[in-house]
Design a protein around this ligand. Structure first.
Ligand code: SF4
Ligand code: MG
Length: 298
């Protein structure tokens, strides 16, 4: 093990192959499920960064996608439905030296856990959140999700849906995520690159990976997602929030999927702010709660 501090995570870098990050547990998703590609992308990213598995925590909620931590050589928590974000927040604040990766589905993240998402973004929690977005609830056999296309017929919408789908990247841009990216799960090279950059980013990195569910979503097939993806323009300014939002809005109206890094900015993370606060009030030993509250007032 080399004692090299990784610039974003206080990690000792190791020299491991992607397969070394895979547990012996078979990835028991259906054949053809897009989530296989996301796992491959994550394993490659971990290998390229050289993340020490002893300093890696993989956290999920509930759903097909939330099985992912079982397949990754790391510490892991398979939490309650929709609660991966808050649990990951606690882990990250208690141990800012760890690399924290959250994985979950569109239902888990934006329906059951939807109330948490704005706060992960605005607080700039230093973690990587990978949304495995297949526009359906797969584990419970095909119900309409918050990202399902309006016309989609599912077990809960036998005549088609009547709701406008939520756009996860637009949502995250709106609420202040400091790194926002999107790709087709089957584009493993791009997915892996975006995950790597997201993990290297200091702050809340949100990566929407559009994944196919061949068992319960007949509309968003791998081919359909792939052919709807447009690589972001090479001249796109990733520091321009309005440009990112415009690109997403225009693509949405055209039924297209902007693919690549949409937005990135640097600002202090919550753990940095808290460390500064503790420093200001004289350290942990003799802190005065009233003083902390007074200092925290705007
Ligand atoms: Fe993947 Fe769908 Fe099967 Fe779940 S039900 S493992 S999301 S293909
Ligand atoms: Mg889903």
């Amino acid at each position: 093990m080399n004692a090299i501090l990784h610039p974003q995570m206080h990690l000792h870098q190791v020299d491991l192959k992607p397969k070394d990050y895979k547990t012996d547990t078979p990835s028991f998703w259906c054949a053809g499920c897009g989530h296989h590609g996301i796992l491959t992308g994550l394993l490659r990213a971990l290998s390229e960064i050289g993340v020490d598995p002893n300093f890696l925590v993989s956290i999920s909620g509930i759903g097909c996608s939330s099985r992912l931590p079982y397949f990754v050589n790391s510490y892991k928590m398979h939490t309650l439905h929709g609660r991966a974000g808050p649990v990951a927040t606690g882990v990250q604040l208690a141990r800012p030296d760890l690399a924290v990766v959250v994985t979950g589905g569109d239902g888990d993240g934006f329906s059951i856990g939807g109330g948490h998402m704005p706060h992960l973004a605005r607080k700039n929690i230093n973690m990587t959140y990978i949304l495995m977005d297949n526009h359906i609830y797969g584990l419970t056999k095909g119900q309409y999700s918050p990202t399902s296309r309006q016309e989609m017929k599912t077990t809960t919408t036998p005549y088609g849906g009547v709701e406008e789908p939520l756009n996860p990247v637009l949502y995250m841009l709106t609420y202040g995520a400091s790194y926002v990216a999107q790709a087709f799960a089957g584009n493993v090279k791009l997915a892996s690159q975006l995950i790597k950059e997201g993990m290297e980013h200091k702050g809340f990195a949100f990566i929407n990976l559009l994944s196919q569910c061949p068992s319960f979503n007949e509309i968003d097939t791998a081919q359909a997602i792939k052919s709807a993806c447009d690589q972001m323009d090479a001249n796109h300014d990733i520091s321009d929030l309005n440009a990112a939002m415009n690109a997403v809005n225009m693509a949405k109206q055209a039924g297209r999927i902007p693919s690549g890094l949409l937005y990135k900015t640097e600002r202090p993370t919550l753990d940095q702010r808290m460390a500064e606060l503790v420093e200001r009030v004289g350290g942990h030993k003799d802190y005065d709660l009233r003083k902390i509250i007074d200092l925290a007032r705007p």
